[in-house]
Design a protein around this ligand. Structure first.
Ligand code: ADP
Length: 260
């Protein structure tokens, strides 16, 4: 028997088709807004250090060079702005390479404890400047064999530990803790700093999101560190989470597959 109401069926099909197309259009519009905002953000972030360096150099050329003290101060400020620009461009390149899939994550057998030790050594000066101690726990765990991309996971540890030092208190304490279950290692990076207000917590992994804009910039951040961290952890098939308590500290947590 043929459909008693062929028009009704056709009508339904058209309705479903239009709804699906509308959804696709909405997605594209959202992506376009995101792309435009990102471009605006990047331009702004690039302009800031360029204008600053330009300002210092022109002031020097306009006569500030004659006073030795002023000259040194302005040269140092110009250099600091350009260092920031350099870091920003490097982070942008890393992020865009990961997003376009240009860089494939390796799944090597790596000892994350050793990598963390190396990262702590590299950050020793920064920690000393703030009289902050870096600890890896527990002592009895001599190796942490995971499947990971050695360079990328080292970048994750660097960004998390460096943030813990930068945004923690003077005389602070940063603890990297490893815990294992059958198939994974659970990694936590914890500081006892001022913490992150709850209303900001869900947004700190966004590109260029900073809790305290001026304070973060003064500390030399690009605003991309945690976006990169999130990307790398996701590309390892995992997730990163954060918890924080005001005046108690902040903890970042993620899991990695154990290597055989
Ligand atoms: P930045 O380059 O500004 O450090 P990140 O993406 O690494 O950018 O971090 C984003 C923001 O999250 C920082 O600007 C800072 O406000 C906040 N943040 C990150 N880590 C911590 C931490 N351990 N304690 C307190 N705030 C933090």
């Amino acid at each position: 028997v043929s459909d008693p109401n062929p028009l009704k069926k056709l009508n339904q099909e058209i309705f479903v088709y239009v709804a699906r197309k509308q959804q696709e259009i909405d997605e594209l519009k959202k992506m376009e807004v995101f792309r435009r905002e990102f471009l605006a953000d990047v331009s702004h972030e690039l302009k800031t250090p360029i204008f600053a360096a330009q300002g210092f150099i022109h002031t020097l050329l306009d006569g500030a060079m004659d006073d030795e003290k002023v000259r040194d101060k302005f040269l140092q400020k110009a250099a600091k702005s350009l260092d920031g620009l350099d870091a920003l461009v490097k982070d942008l390149v890393a992020l865009s390479q990961m997003e376009t899939g240009e860089i494939r994550m390796r799944k090597d057998r790596v000892d994350l404890r050793l990598i963390t030790l190396e990262v702590c050594e590299q950050l020793e000066n920064k920690a000393n400047q703030r009289n902050t101690v870096l600890k890896i726990k527990p002592d009895r765990m001599l190796h942490v064999w995971v499947k990971a991309d050695p360079q990328r996971i080292s970048q994750v540890m660097t960004n998390l530990i460096e943030n813990a030092i930068k945004y923690g208190n003077d005389n602070g304490k940063v603890i990297v803790h490893f815990e294992e279950d059958k198939k994974h290692f659970l990694i936590t990076v914890r500081d006892n700093g001022p913490g992150i207000p709850p209303e900001h917590l869900s947004r700190i992994f966004e590109r260029f999101y900073r809790v305290d804009k001026s304070r973060s910039k003064e500390k030399g951040g690009t605003g991309l560190g945690l976006a990169i961290v999130k990307h790398i952890i996701n590309a390892h098939g995992s997730k990163i989470t954060v918890t924080s308590k005001i005046d108690k500290g902040t903890t970042f947590t993620f899991k990695l597959d154990k290597a055989d």
